[in-house]
Write a protein that binds this ligand. Structure first.
Ligand SMILES: C[S@@+](CC[C@H](N)C(=O)[O-])C[C@H]1O[C@@H](n2cnc3c(N)ncnc32)[C@H](O)[C@@H]1O
Length: 227
């Protein structure tokens, strides 16, 4: 179970969520996350951190794109939504004026119900490494919060950049002290910037803004705009 959570590889697991059976592995992820952290940290040899306030990424997205509140019909995607807090916060704050899609590897049935009841499209069994090619150039806003550290960044990041519309933004928050899961000697945030730069995409936040945010929250923010 944990192995599947950490290293999902099955492309054919994608499914839109419309009904729920009983317990999913996501509850296990939440309730046994200390166990998961021990497994992950043993493999990485470095500490991994979690975001505490799970709406933070939504607040950051609203801060950098305030027109989300006044305009309609943006396509918004949250990759690795977890309990759905960020997607739900955007939905509430913008009064359901946009089309929001959320993906997860696994989703707890109760969380999934809340996400779907809010009118958000939810895909489970969809790792960031396997975002569908039919989503290319689709999203105005992509959000990720404490997700990239669980992925093969060399595969996941190009997929995320691919699903962004030209001029679309990717708003992300990752632990400033996390290392890549696929390379325990490289800071996650450096890897993200390197790959984004290879795709001609740069962080719109100034060094000072990033540094100040990281100092305050121990989280490194980034806002990439696709050329
Ligand atoms: C620390 S939680 C963050 C959840 C949510 N973004 C939040 O901030 O509340 C990490 C999330 O990454 C998801 N995850 C793990 N491996 C992933 C992968 N390869 N692709 C996408 N998401 C993944 C987990 O299922 C989990 O929901």
């Amino acid at each position: 179970m944990l192995h599947e959570l950490i290293e999902p590889t099955r492309h054919d697991l994608w499914q839109p969520v419309s009904a729920f059976s009983d317990q999913s592995g996501y509850q296990l992820f939440l309730t046994q996350r200390e166990a998961l952290l021990r497994v992950l940290n043993a493999r990485k040899g470095r500490p991994q951190a979690y975001v505490q306030d799970r709406a933070k990424i939504a607040h950051l997205a609203l801060a950098v794109k305030p027109e989300l509140v006044s305009s309609n019909d943006y396509e918004i995607l949250e990759v690795g939504t977890g309990i759905g807090k960020a997607a739900l916060t955007i939905q509430d704050t913008t009064h359901h004026h946009h089309h929001i899609t959320a993906t997860n590897v696994l989703t707890d049935p109760t969380d999934a119900k809340a996400i779907l009841n809010a009118g958000i499209d939810l895909y489970t069994g969809m790792p960031a490494e396997f975002l569908p090619s039919e989503w290319s150039n689709r999203f105005d806003v992509v959000m990720t919060s404490c997700v990239l550290g669980w992925t093969d960044t060399t595969v996941a990041i190009p997929h995320i950049l691919d699903v962004m519309k030209p001029k679309g933004i990717w708003v992300g928050l990752e632990s400033g002290s996390a290392y890549c899961f696929d390379d325990p000697n490289t800071y996650l945030i450096d890897r993200i910037h390197d790959i984004a730069l290879q795709h001609n995409t740069t962080n719109c936040l100034s060094h000072e803004q990033r540094y100040a945010y990281n100092q305050q929250f121990n989280l490194f923010p980034f806002v990439f705009t696709k050329p």
